[in-house]
Structures are given as structure tokens and as C-alpha cells.
Design a protein around this ligand. Structure first.
Ligand code: NAD
Length: 394
């Protein structure tokens, strides 16, 4: 079939297998160009390994220090008539490349929140590298079924306490508009904490430790976001921020229980499938990219994750943590000059000036790239077979 983007709101219904493979290869090449990561991880479990920060973590570990990787994700396989979701094609491409380069790579496609998938992962670790010395927890999901009671919880993106009115970029219509987001009600906060909080990360670490597949001195990392004040009502102080506080609680609990060094890394705001669904954030990202690209400090997921491993998690001197014990790989984003420039643009940006004042073109290009579109060297007018297998799932 001829595969073209079909965008509906903040999702794209199609994905291009060769484009996704080219996107994965770009990330592999970036890590290779930075040379070997001495003393890096040797065997890594990545939960949420198929897109965004999790995929980048997998690539940074595999190609930085030759790590064996087990990737867990929840993606739609292709059919003859429908393309797969991009994470499926990314994982197929990653496994193919890693195996060709002599690296151990296995994947599991299913619900990471379930007990069954955890046991399958443990089995694969036992059959493969035996133990893992790094566990990356990079899930972003709108719902979770709790394996202990079978109840399904839903995460929402809402302010807490009062409604929040702010500027928003309608990425479909390319319009700057005002939105008012109603506050969380009922058990919205508790539900969001159930889905995006740290409980499932803890369950993973408990299961791995109990099965004896967690290496002595293993590390684990989960991702969070803080960002500037304009986004706080919807992010840091909103329902998702409460869940992220729970992730920090889980980090402390895991470190205490399992003697693993469990840390939260606060990452940069970047275009991913998860972040494009958050109101206000796409406008902020478009302004941020403009400012950071002009300063030469812009990074994508792979640069962020490569820097996280090299300069923090596996730095000879160990990670440098903020006052709350977190890694701040969002340091370049939160740089005072960068934030002052974004803050100055924020009140002035309008629909008419969106192209001059922001990097909306960059935002859109990166959004399309998430689905394998706009990559150089790919003929998007050519017949393409959507039926691609992830080798270890075949
Ligand atoms: P993403 O949407 O690109 O990736 C989500 C991953 O989770 C995918 O691999 C998907 O397959 C997997 N997944 C979702 N539900 C699953 C399930 N039930 N079982 C198994 N796998 C499942 O998201 P992302 O933006 O890379 O987010 C990853 C983490 O990074 C999140 O914790 C997010 O809050 C955090 N973060 C993101 C940003 C950002 O700007 N994108 C910034 C800072 C922190």
C-alpha cells in the first residue's frame, strides 16, 4: 500500500515502516557517533520501550555500552490493510539492527501493568542475560487495570483545585486560542495516580527482585517533568503532577526495599505521542524549540537519554541530584536565559505570527517523524508492505 499520514487531532492513524526504521537508525547513529560509554549498563529492561524516551533509552544503552535489552511495550501489530502503530515498527527496526550488530534484543508486546507480562519478562531475562542491571520505567498510558483487584483506572490531564485558562496551540488548525480546562473532580486525582504514579514501577521491581533477576547494585530510573510556571496548573500542580510525586515516593521505596539505586530523572519537554495530548504543552514546546535551537542547546529524546546515561547514571562521579534527590536532565531547558526568552514570547504569540515567533514547523516535522514520515531517503509515494514483524515476536 501507499502509506501517507492520516492525522486526527493529536494522533496519526498511520505509520510508515521504513520511515520508522530510518528514525531508529538516526538515533543509533547519534549514539554511535558519541563513542562507547565506559562502565555503562550491560543488561537492561525497558518498560515502555517502543517510542519516545523509552525507545531512546533502549538505543542509548544498547549502542552506548553494548547492553542486552528486553523491551516491553503495548503496540498494534500490522494487518494487510492497516499499518502497525509506530512503536511496533520502531521495535522491529531496533531488534533487526541490534541483532545484526551482535546485541541481544528481545521484546514483549502486551500490558505491562499485568502480572502475566511481568512473569513473561522474568522468564525472558532468565533465558537470556540472567539478570538486569538497569530497569528503565518509561510508560505513558491513559489507563491501567490493577492486577490485584481487576479494576480499571483512567488518568486525566486536569488542573487541581480550580479551572485553568491559558493560551493553547490548536496543532490541527494552527491557531493560537484560549482554552479553559475544568478542574479535577471526584476521584480524578486518585485515578491518575493509580495509572501514572509509581505503584506499577514498584510492582515491577518487587517481581524482579523476588525472582532473583535484579543484579547486585542494579539501577532503575523513571521519568518525570516539571517545566516552567506557565504549564504548572496543567502539569506540575495538576493531576499528572500528583502522579509524578507518587513516582518520587516509589523511587525512595524501591531504593530502600531492594538496595537498587532507583532515581527519577526530570526530562525535557519534547514532542512525543504522550506530550502532544497535553493542552498548553505544544505551544510551549514550539516556543522552547525556537529558543533552544537558536542557542544551539536543543536536544531530542536520543540526545537527552544519551546524556542521561553518560553524564548522570553512569558518570564516574555518580549522578548529581537536585534538592529533592532527582536527576535534572531538563537543565538546559530550565536555563534562566532560555526560560526568560520563552516567557517574553508567551504573551505575544498569536496565530498570525506563529511561524516567526515559534518553531511550529519544527514541532510539526517532529510529530510526523514519530510516525515515520518526513524522513530523508524514503519514497513515500512507493508501494510499501505494512506487514513487518518484530523478529523476537514472530
Ligand atoms: P510515549 O507515548 O512516546 O511512550 C509510551 C510508551 O509506553 C510506549 O512504549 C508504549 O508502548 C508504552 N505503553 C503504554 N501503555 C502500555 C501498557 N499498558 N503496557 C506496556 N507498554 C505500554 O511517551 P513518552 O513521552 O516517551 O513518555 C515516557 C515517560 O517520560 C512518561 O513517564 C512521561 O511522563 C515522561 N516524560 C515525557 C516528557 C515529554 O515531553 N514527552 C517529558 C518528561 C518526562
Amino acid at each position: 500500500m501507499i502509506i501517507q499520514p492520516r492525522i486526527r487531532g493529536f494522533i496519526c492513524l498511520t505509520a510508515h515502516p521504513e520511515g520508522c526504521a530510518a528514525h531508529v537508525q538516526e538515533q543509533i547513529d547519534l549514539v554511535k557517533s558519541r563513542g562507547p560509554l565506559e562502565g555503562g549498563p550491560k543488561s537492561v529492561l525497558v518498560v515502555g520501550a517502543s517510542t519516545g524516551y523509552g525507545l531512546a533509552s533502549r538505543i542509548a544503552a544498547a549502542y552506548g555500552s553494548g547492553a542486552a535489552t528486553l523491551g516491553v511495550f503495548f503496540e498494534k501489530p500490522p494487518t494487510e490493510k492497516k499499518t502497525a502503530s509506530p512503536g511496533y515498527y520502531n521495535s522491529a527496526a531496533f531488534e533487526k539492527a541490534a541483532t545484526a550488530d551482535g546485541l541481544f534484543a528481545r521484546s514483549l508486546n502486551g500490558d505491562a501493568f499485568s502480572e502475566e507480562l511481568k512473569q513473561q519478562a522474568i522468564q525472558l531475562i532468565k533465558e537470556g542475560p540472567g539478570q538486569v542491571d538497569l530497569v528503565v520505567y518509561s510508560l505513558a498510558s491513559p489507563r491501567r487495570t490493577d492486577p490485584t483487584n481487576g479494576e480499571t483506572y483512567k488518568s486525566v490531564l486536569k488542573p487541581v483545585g480550580q479551572a485553568f485558562s491559558a493560551k493553547n496551540l490548536n496543532t490541527d488548525k494552527k491557531e493560537v486560542e484560549d482554552v479553559t480546562l475544568p478542574p479535577a473532580e471526584g476521584d480524578d486525582v486518585a485515578q491518575t495516580v493509580k495509572v501514572m504514579g509509581g505503584e506499577d514501577w514498584e510492582l515491577w521491581m518487587d517481581a524482579l527482585a523476588e525472582a532473583g533477576v535484579l543484579a547486585e547494585g542494579a539501577k532503575s530510573v523513571a521519568y518525570s517533568y516539571i517545566g516552567p510556571e506557565v504549564t504548572w496548573p496543567i502539569y506540575k500542580d495538576g493531576t499528572i503532577g500528583q502522579a509524578k510525586e507518587d513516582v518520587e515516593r516509589a523511587a525512595r521505596a524501591i531504593s530502600q526495599k531492594h538496595g537498587a539505586q532507583a532515581l527519577v530523572s526530570v526530562n525535557k519537554a519534547l514532542v512525543t505521542q504522550a506530550s502532544s495530548a497535553i493542552p498548553v504543552v505544544p505551544l510551549y514546546i514550539s516556543l522552547l524549540y525556537k529558543v533552544m535551537k537558536a542557542k544551539g542547546t536543543h536536544e531530542g529524546c536520543i540526545e537527552q537519554m544519551d546524556r542521561l546515561l553518560r553524564s548522570q547514571l553512569y558518570a564516574a562521579a555518580g549522578p548529581s541530584l537536585d534538592e529533592a534527590g532527582r536527576i535534572r536532565i531538563d537543565d538546559w531547558e530550565m536555563d534562566a536565559e532560555v526560560q526568560a526568552e520563552v516567557a517574553a514570547l508567551w504573551p505575544r504569540v498569536t496565530t498570525e505570527q506563529i511561524d516567526e515567533m515559534s518553531d511550529f514547523a519544527g514541532y510539526q516535522a517532529e510529530f510526523l517523524k514519530l510516525f515515520g514520515f518526513g524522513l530523508p531517503g524514503i519514497d513515500y509515494t512507493a508501494e510499501t508492505d505494512p506487514l513487518v514483524e518484530v523478529p523476537s515476536l514472530a
